[in-house]
Ligand binder design. Structure first.
Ligand code: M6R
Length: 625
């Protein structure tokens, strides 16, 4: 996720900005830049790649000790900086932030997504504005300039009225050398209060060298920073009062936003990530002339040519393959079309049968997994039309696929994939729903019903997270079990596979997943008093079958736990422990049932003394075979 820093004070801003960006590197980024306001006016330096590229580029321009101070570049006591994690437009010098308006006097850094940037761009283009980048952010700089008539704060307020989406912003204007403006809506921003200097940053670590006194900006608040003061305004332009907070965390904890590990942070980010994945793709009721919601998947060229498809093939590795399994069930369920979930490392060496009308979907968080890319190339060679679902803009997968749907989960740093999984699910559900509608298998009303259910998922995920202490307590009782099995049927089986993978990769517990009906065909021979069996029970038509399976393993002295709906008491007498999720259609439960399983794996890992962020023998991105 992008990182923002900003400084106004008495020091040279450039080193403060570069050091601040370094402290935000953990957020993940693919390019970086700064804008400094000094004797030479507003100067911008930005570049694709690692921060050291920016440091080298800036160093080549900085004043030399023996140089003429008149020629000093990037010398000034205020500025803004940014590490970009690409969303709109691939990582490149031109797409990096800061972005400036046409006059080059207003510079903006942004974290978030401007959902209506297309409309604003069209509107500004009609007023003679030419755009240089592919970003959503550039519209903000031009919009502020459009409203600017001598008062930068007033211009920013006018521009904000037009913006839809999420944003944390840092803004400077060459005509106002005494103020830096910061704005927040749904993306984090902290204001550091110093002595004769003030700062802004996406996260506390970037401020700690200068101050431990901070203001946390709330949604729709504007901070107006000078060297000696910070004023706060609401959207209506009224002054508001905010309270200073003192930071007493150590810097390492702060980089994880106060969480002990990135994995826990990323598990907790799922409600926001799911919102970011879903919201830009839903057309609210009334917006397209209909009284019902619909889906906009223009990014993957969803048109009538899809109707010719006779099969959907979804291909991936690891967690992304588990998302493919859910996808397979979802396509069969909503679109009534044959669908296969293929393990990429197998697929590449098979002799698969291709039909040019097949829809080929490749899922990969990183977009760089070697086996997955090999499967993509094989399918492409055989004439398949490839749709990529990935989290990383500009990744090899995104570049080589014909069409791309981004998960917008933000950078995932922990090796164990969590928010990438749930957002991949959101993407496959959206495609399957829209496809079902296109094939005439879902009515307009049914599509609306399912979209409404998807819209509830982020809040429901938050509700599951609120009960995390229950899982923590449960983990403390059984983290030493030598065998843990996850069982389920249909959608619950796919989540069982994901849950067993999560547990084994970070806690090193021997865990396996079984389709519950398969137990009696062999795996039940393993059940004994050293086994914990967690049954995922959300496929209502199969509750009685699951109940029997739980009783079968109990009879072999295994401990049992169940994950089911909050209003279901079917398993209360059978299971040793019951964890509950809010109601949603049975087909959407994977986005919720996986959360307690992720938490269980996390707590077991910690209780066993492991580092869940860096499990042994594993890499975040498997770029070799
Ligand atoms: O980046 P990808 O989604 O292609 O990665 C695929 C797998 O390597 C990945 O999901 C792996 O299984 C994770 N460690 C699971 O937590």
């Amino acid at each position: 996720m992008c990182g923002i820093v900003g400084y106004i004070g008495v020091r040279e801003a450039t080193p403060v900005l570069l050091k601040g960006l370094k402290k935000l590197e953990y957020r993940g980024y693919d390019s970086a830049g700064i804008a400094v306001l000094g004797g030479r006016g507003l100067e911008v330096c930005k570049t694709k790649g690692a921060l050291k590229n920016l440091e080298e580029k800036v160093a080549a321009l900085l004043p030399r000790a023996d140089g003429n101070p008149q020629e000093a570049r990037f010398s000034g006591t205020m500025g803004i900086g940014h590490t970009r994690w690409a969303t709109h437009g691939e990582p490149s010098d031109i797409n990096s932030h800061p972005h400036t308006d046409i006059s080059g006097k207003i510079a903006v850094v942004h974290n978030g997504i401007i959902e209506n940037h297309g409309k604003i761009k069209e509107w500004l283009s009609g007023r003679g504005v030419t755009f240089r980048s592919e970003t959503d952010t550039e519209v903000i700089a031009h919009l502020i300039n459009y409203y600017y008539s001598g008062d930068i704060l007033a211009a920013v307020r006018e521009a904000l009225k037009r913006l839809e989406g999420s944003y944390a912003l840092g803004i400077i204007c060459e005509n106002d050398r005494d103020h830096l403006i910061a704005v927040r809506k749904e993306s984090p921003l902290v204001i550091g209060r110093g002595q004769g200097e003030n700062l802004i940053a996406s996260d506390v670590p970037a401020l700690l060298e200068y101050t431990r006194e901070v203001y946390y900006l709330d949604d729709r608040e504007i901070a107006f920073l000078s060297r000696d003061s910070v004023e706060f305004y609401n959207e209506e332009g009224e002054r508001i009062h905010k309270t200073l907070s003192h930071i007493d965390w150590d810097a390492a904890a702060a980089e994880k936003g106060g969480y002990e590990h990135f994995m826990l942070k990323e598990i907790n980010e799922q409600p926001k990530a799911l919102t970011d994945t879903l919201r830009p793709r839903v057309i609210p009721a009334g917006n397209d002339g209909h009284s019902l919601r619909s889906v906009n998947l223009a990014e993957i060229g969803f048109d009538s040519s899809w109707a010719k498809a006779g099969r959907v093939v979804i291909c991936a590795c690891g967690t992304a393959w588990h998302a493919s399994m859910v996808g397979k069930y979802a396509f069969e369920h909503f679109a009534r079309i044959p669908a296969d979930a293929e393990i990429a490392s197998e697929y590449r060496y098979r002799n698969p049968i291709f039909d040019p009308h097949d829809i080929f979907i490749i899922i990969s968080q990183s977009g760089e997994t070697a086996d997955t890319l090999a499967a993509l190339r094989l399918a492409k060679k055989n004439g398949g039309r490839i749709i990529a679902i990935t989290n990383v803009v500009g990744s090899t997968l995104a570049r080589e696929a014909d069409l791309v749907m981004y998960t917008w989960a933000g950078p995932e740093i922990a090796v164990a994939s969590t928010k990438a999984f749930t957002t991949q699910l959101m993407c496959v559900y959206l495609i399957a729903l829209q496809f079902g509608y296109l094939r005439g298998k879902l009515s307009r009303e049914e599509l609306d019903f399912y979209i409404a259910a998807l819209e509830k998922i982020p809040a429901q995920a938050q509700a599951v997270l609120t009960n995390k202490e229950t899982i923590q307590r449960f983990a403390s009782l059984c983290f030493n079990k030598s065998k843990v099995f996850f069982i389920g049927r249909l959608f619950d089986y796919a989540v069982s596979l994901e849950s067993a993978l999560k547990l084994k990769e970070i806690s090193y517990t021997h865990s396996e997943a079984f389709a519950a009906g398969e137990l009696k065909h062999g795996p039940i021979a393993l059940a004994d008093e050293s086994t914990l069996v967690t049954a995922l029970c959300t496929q209502e038509a199969l509750f009685d079958k699951m109940d029997s399976n739980i009783k079968e393993v109990k009879a072999r002295k295994a401990s049992t736990a169940v994950i089911t709906y909050e209003d279901v008491h079917h398993f209360d007498q059978t299971a040793g422990a019951v964890f509950r999720i809010p109601r949603t259609p049975d087909c959407f439960t994977p986005m919720l049932t996986v959360i307690p399983c992720q938490l269980y794996a996390y707590y077991c890992s910690v209780l066993r003394g492991n580092d869940p962020d860096k499990p042994r023998n594993l890499a975040k991105s498997v770029t070799v075979e």
